[in-house]
Design a protein around this ligand. Structure first.
Ligand SMILES: [Zn+2]
Length: 163
């Protein structure tokens, strides 16, 4: 017997590029006590965002999350099953946990302090010199709501939760 068959493979991290503003949904009902809830993992929510909300194909979604296409497919199917269950059975949805790592947001936002124009630049292109609208050099970085700053572990921080 091969002893290695007993060693669980380390769980591969999935990259997530968005934090979610909402983490709890429940049916609008006066008697909700015992309907229960389903727990949607962060990577499952991300697969829904990429595939169903942004309309990416599975390979692009997999590339974004740095997983194989079959893994992405599996995560997506599980997410849809849970959401379907919540809608059909009137359960609440909690978005929580999973095995993931926050990826880098590929865009940075800047705002012109003079004309208030807001625009986005790709990471790695350096700080813009002036406002594309009025050429003012009086600009500042705008934190995007998708950047994971509110929870305090930083955009590049590793984060693992198990449920
Ligand atoms: Zn300007």
């Amino acid at each position: 017997m091969n002893i290695y068959s007993f060693v669980p493979r380390p769980r591969q991290h999935r990259y997530i590029h968005s934090s979610f503003s909402f983490n709890y949904f429940k049916p609008c009902s006066t008697c909700l006590q015992d309907t229960g809830e389903v727990v949607l993992k962060m990577e499952e929510m991300e697969s829904i965002r990429l595939k169903d909300y942004l309309g990416m194909n599975q390979q692009d979604g997999a590339d974004h999350m740095k997983v194989s296409q079959p893994t992405f497919h599996r995560i997506l199917i599980e997410a849809r099953k849970k959401i379907g269950c919540a809608l059909v059975c009137g359960k609440a949805i909690r978005i929580h946990g999973g095995t993931y790592e926050m990826g880098m947001n590929p865009l940075r936002k800047f705002q012109c302090s003079d004309c208030q124009h807001i625009w986005e630049v790709m990471h790695g292109t350096g700080r813009p010199r002036d406002c594309p609208m009025c050429k003012s050099m009086n600009l500042h970085r705008v934190k995007d709501e998708n950047e994971y700053t509110r929870t305090g572990y930083g955009r590049h921080g590793k984060h693992q939760q198990s449920i």
